[in-house]
Write a protein of this length. Structure first.
Ligand SMILES: [Zn+2]
Length: 317
């Protein structure tokens, strides 16, 4: 929440957001393309990383600040990482892995999606000769610089896939699935069958981000969409037996948390669809409604602003 406020203050200071009442449609479209997240993407101080044991062979390095949660699978052959935070955090990330988890070689990095808080450190892992895996759209989106304000020099995965791929490392299996657009068009989920643990990236927020009233950030510019997002979560619960869920940010959870977040998204969809149903509403109306609708989300909020235009187009009759 603090980050959201900081970002908004910075935007207000920069004059990006007008305080005047109704925003013209042209401005709204421009706002949607504006680098609203860029404020968070610049290097910021962050608390020291810690390592939290999730299962005998799995460790989480929780996000501290805006950077992503990271999962580390330990095998006799080496390590598999899911998400890698920002480039400038690479040294601290590797240090905590070496000190608290394992000194075995890092074999693979998997990006849950193309956003820099998850894949920014790809560049350093690639320089170290480590294979980085993402969905095929995940690579394309980094090359196309789809994320407004992303750091210069972002490097994509060097192995990509669509549908499903499986890794077999040190006698362990890792399932990686790309089901289609959700939070972005590049989201993958990573499942560790031996532990029934799944990493879902930003398809789910657990903890304060979900409960504290932050609107879901639907990255329409990066090919995301709300209908697809809900479908993705339905597919995940149907396809996997899940004991623990690591979301992209926030605390470790269970399948019940995933389903609860899916239900939040469903409430957003129902609310937005009903509000736009008579065909008379503008984007400005929708923005105001998101504050007054069923879920009472704060306005302006970063996620509301960034996804507003896409949300309007997705549900306008
Ligand atoms: Zn994201």
């Amino acid at each position: 929440m603090k980050l959201v406020k900081q970002a908004l203050l910075a935007l207000l200071a920069a004059g990006t957001l007008g305080l005047a009442a109704p925003v013209a449609r042209a401005q709204e479209q421009e706002l949607d393309q504006t680098s609203i997240l860029a404020v968070d993407l610049q290097p910021q101080p962050y608390p020291p990383f810690v390592a939290v044991k999730v299962a005998d062979d799995l460790w989480e390095i929780p996000g501290s600040g805006s950077n992503s949660n990271v999962m580390v699978l330990v095998t006799d052959e080496g390590l598999v990482l899911v998400d890698v935070k920002y480039e400038y955090q690479y040294d601290d990330l590797v240090k905590i892995i070496r000190e608290k988890i394992s000194t075995k070689p890092i074999k693979y990095v998997i990006d849950t999606h193309y956003h820099a808080d998850h894949s920014g450190a790809n560049v350093r892992f690639r320089q170290a000769g480590i294979t980085v895996i993402s969905s095929t759209p995940g690579r394309a989106d980094i090359l196309a610089k789809k994320q407004p304000g992303a750091p210069a020099g972002m490097v994509p995965a060097n192995v990509t896939f669509t549908g499903e791929m499986r890794l077999y490392v040190g006698g362990k299996e890792v399932r990686i699935n790309h089901y289609g657009p959700g939070h972005t068009n590049s989201d993958v989920v990573v499942y560790f069958p031996q532990d029934r643990v799944i990493c879902v990236g930003d398809l789910v927020h657990i903890g304060d981000l979900a409960r504290g009233g932050q609107y879901p950030l639907i990255d329409y510019n990066g090919g995301g969409g709300l209908n697809g997002w809900i479908q993705r979560l339905d597919t995940i619960t149907a396809d996997f037996k899940i004991d623990k869920v690591m979301s992209g940010h926030g605390t470790l959870g269970t399948e019940a948390d995933l389903i609860a977040y899916r239900d939040i998204l469903e409430r957003v969809r129902r609310d937005v669809r009903a509000y736009l149903a008579d065909g008379t509403k503008t984007q400005g109306d929708l923005r105001a409604h998101l504050n007054k609708g069923e879920l009472h989300w704060p306005d302006p909020g970063l996620a509301v602003l960034r996804g507003l235009h896409g949300l309007y187009l997705e549900f306008k009759p």
